[in-house]
Design a protein around this ligand. Structure first.
Ligand code: NAP
Length: 329
């Protein structure tokens, strides 16, 4: 019999999450029945959507939601042999039982020299999000200028690199000097630290005096208000997320951008990566190929220890991570 240790939401977050909002639960798991497997967590993902979805879908006492790469340690399901690895959405837990329906086997032929943790990052959901937001929503042409914010993070860093592969001029903003240096290493054309520039408007204008054809939006709030003003006519915006407002208890009141959107005839589209689920297998192969060819650098920010899940989650929301924030058990 296995024992599962899990992090639970003790108290709904009010503003930025606090350590006291999380608690630990321990339970004995039953033996897997026919068709079931017993999983052991290897890498766990901390993602911004967890903060957003906590208020929409969770109640106090629930196990924290999230995905993990897990190893099959007992199997009564021939599709998932012992020793194989899967991506599971079982949440912040060390062990779990599954009937396989919510499991995605880690890509067949995963190279031995590539960490399985990337199945939660550049060769997983965040990488797919970047790929679909760029290719399916923005569809940039070579020579166009693409802006991405939260650019040094899991999604943003992949967005910029894909846009470079497609021949774009790429402008990225991020929240520290170390992140800006990382973006330069990745080949971004123009970069700035949005926390230290004296004027966001001037920084955006200096980076691309002619304006922007495409904007991959991860941040929302004030940043979008300023960026919309600098879109070119017929510019395209892919609204991937709005992390700057996820911790708000009281909604921010913005300027209303409708006149700009109308005047510049902007096309603004929100999207979820799951819309293109039917393309995932082929897309993951492409991301892996770029990674192996050195065209896609897959940086990670790894926190060691399951006991540090809340700290890793809060750190990611606070901008500690360069690349994908991961917890290694
Ligand atoms: N639509 C989809 O299907 C989908 C899927 C995955 C992710 N997303 C969205 O994509 C965005 C990025 O997610 P990710 O997983 O790649 O996270 P991430 O960028 O790896 O980590 C979050 C980053 O957000 C930045 N941030 C936090 N608070 C901010 C604020 N007030 N203003 C500006 N930046 C702030 C921090 O970087 P700095 O140091 O640069 O501030 C932090 O490192 C999020 O909005 C997320 O919700 C959407």
């Amino acid at each position: 019999m296995a024992q599962a240790k899990s992090w639970v939401l003790m108290k709904h977050f009010d503003g930025f999450p606090k350590a006291s909002d999380f608690g630990v639960k321990v339970e004995e798991l039953p033996e897997p029945k026919d068709g079931e497997v017993l999983l052991e967590a290897v890498f766990l993902s901390v993602d911004p959507y967890i903060r957003l979805f906590s208020k929409m879908y969770m109640k106090e006492g629930d196990v924290m939601i999230g995905t993990q790469v897990a190893k099959v340690i007992q199997s009564k399901n021939s599709a998932f042999p012992v020793g194989s690895h899967v991506v599971s959405s079982c949440g912040w837990t060390t062990h779990s039982i599954s009937d396989g329906k919510d499991l995605t086997p880690v890509m067949a032929d995963w190279p031995k020299d590539v960490s399985l943790s990337l199945a939660l990052g550049a060769i997983g959901m965040p990488g797919l999000t970047a790929l679909y937001g760029v290719e399916e929503v923005l569809d940039p042409k070579a020579g166009e200028t693409l802006l991405v914010n939260a650019a040094a993070g899991a999604v943003g860093s992949v967005v910029g690199q894909i846009a470079k592969i497609k021949g774009c001029k790429v402008v990225g903003s991020a929240g520290s000097e170390a992140k800006v240096a990382f973006l330069k290493e990745l080949g971004f054309d123009e970069t700035f630290n949005y926390k230290t520039v004296s004027s966001l408007e001037e920084a955006l204008r200096k980076a691309s005096p002619d304006g922007y054809d495409c904007f991959f939006e991860n941040v929302g709030g004030h940043f979008s208000n300023v960026a919309f003003q600098q879109m070119k006519n017929f510019g395209r915006v892919a609204v991937c997320g709005s992390i700057s407002i996820y911790n708000d208890s009281t909604p921010q009141i913005g300027i209303f951008p409708h006149m700009t959107i109308n005047h510049k005839q902007l096309k603004i589209e929100g999207f979820q990566d799951t819309r293109w689920k039917h393309k995932d297998a082929e897309s993951l192969k492409r991301l892996m190929a770029w990674c192996k060819q050195g065209k896609l650098q897959c940086r990670e920010h790894i926190t060691k220890g399951f006991e540090n899940m809340p700290a890793a989650f809060m750190g990611m929301l606070d901008g500690d991570n360069i690349g994908k924030a991961i917890v290694a058990v």
